[in-house]
Design a protein around this ligand. Sequence first.
Ligand code: 9G3
Length: 577
Amino acid sequence: MKWSETYIPTLREFPAEAELISHKLLTKAGYIRKLTSGIYNYLPLMQLVLLKITNIVREEMNRSGAQEILMPVLHPAELWQKSGRWEVYGKELMRMKDRHQRDLVLGGTHEEVITDLIKGELRSYRQLPINLYQIQTKFRDEIRPRFGLMRGREFMMKDAYTFDADEESFKVSYQKMVDAYFEIFKRCGLETKMVESDTGAMGGKDAHEFMVIVDTEGGENVIFYCDQCDYAANIDKATSLDLKNQKKDTPKKMEKVHTPNKKTIEEVTQFLGEPPEKLVKTLIYKADGNLVAALIRGDKEINEIKLKNALGCVELEMADFESIKKLTGAEVGFSGPVGLSGVKIIADEQVTELTNAVTGANQDDYHLVNVNPGKDFKMDQVVDIKSAEEGGVCPRCKKGKLVAARGIEVGNTFMLGTKYSKALGATFIDKDRKEKPFIMGSYGVGITRTAQAAVEKFHDEKGIIWPVSISPLHVSIIPVNVQNQTQREVAFEIYEGMRKNKMEVIIDDRDERAGVKFNDSDLIGLPLRITVGERTFKEKKVELSIRGKKERIFCSKEEAVKMSKNILDKLQDDISL
Ligand code: 9G3
């Protein structure tokens, strides 16, 4: 490729609206251009990256025995109504009507469609197991699209679906996908951590997420992993052993205490001289429209996904002030479980271990002390609804400590059980001649998200540093001064030599200042650069530099192609290690 003929609209400045460094860089380096909120054009270099990633995905999926298909983007609403997800995903589901006013869905995922397809096709256990996958554009009407391709409204996903006759066979299918995922992301130059995750609206038994660990705000997901065993879970799933067992005091008599305008945990506990773990934080929620009081120890954070799962509700939001005032008779900050009626009380399991605790008195400017759960207030449900914390004891090995990290979810796997096959009546005839619903799994890789995750992980102040395996091209050749005959000739000689060797090379043949060329070359982030400048003329040398590394390598123009191939092969080997 010649730069002068290629559409790479690099910018001098970062786009103001982009927040994430990877979003800024992909825009500034001329990889993407926004069409509208959450929807992007992929320009030539981006398209090359996406092809690299999809080729790796395709190779590993096919190697695992999966078969590629392509399903429709437009789905009849009925399928989503049958599975119940028409309501569940609500506004996030892109909907439209056709010319006959029939409801259609723009597919955000394809569990319904694939199950409907299989239902008519696979009738016998002999045809199982089977893994079908596609690489396709997905649509999700995110309420707040942001971070470029990380959370878009139109994005590329590889989604796979497995069908098995029984649990045992399913475990093999699931493991094959897990193995394929580790291989896919490793080949993309991305180390990932597989963490337990919540199945959420998907239903089914268990699920896992594949996280690229980053220490920037791009890591939207908080995960916890054990520093001794291989336990790892995202914040919506992670638990920890709580060794800070409260010493069992003798229960005292409950008393009301005047706590003028003391509302926050800090204010109340300081005023009363009690530690936060003695306080019962009472949070009033609206779950599917009904008020719920959630109790958690003052030193812990509630996890709303765990709360939602415990309540089995679809909609969960903090109650508004008026509802709280009406229910408790007091301002926010004075809520407590004692004497609270007409509302479900769900408590985190640690609340039951408290003695002589502090709670709101459901009266402005008053709190209760020496409150004892079970004696002074009832709990309708006791369940883990808190977020794990760094330093917590590992729930698996009970020795290690939990380490917190931030991750970008680039893949996810779901054990769906028979949720969709039952909902859509998809069954097969088993060996025992009985009709049974398929055991299913679904597995996603965010293709566009993986590309951006690589930029979030690998960049410096000058621009992108692509892993060689997913870089749009391998080499950029810079004739420092195209007006200089020798430099231009030598540069093009190497360029032609590389093309003959099927190397992916771009030559910056623009009549631009050297600085512009060097900056653009660093910005787009190809692994290898060849500079043909003054030194070439005097010392008959060209300079090779590896993106992200200091070293400079000099060689003759005759050696340049061979030397470059060796360097690129070495970079590729480093990835495959
Ligand atoms: C939707 C919308 C949003 C969604 C989904 C569907 C998340 C949805 C979970 C998954 C499950 C699996 C197949 C590949 C592997 C993951 N948000 N999920 O299904 F319609 Cl609007 O994506 N899908």
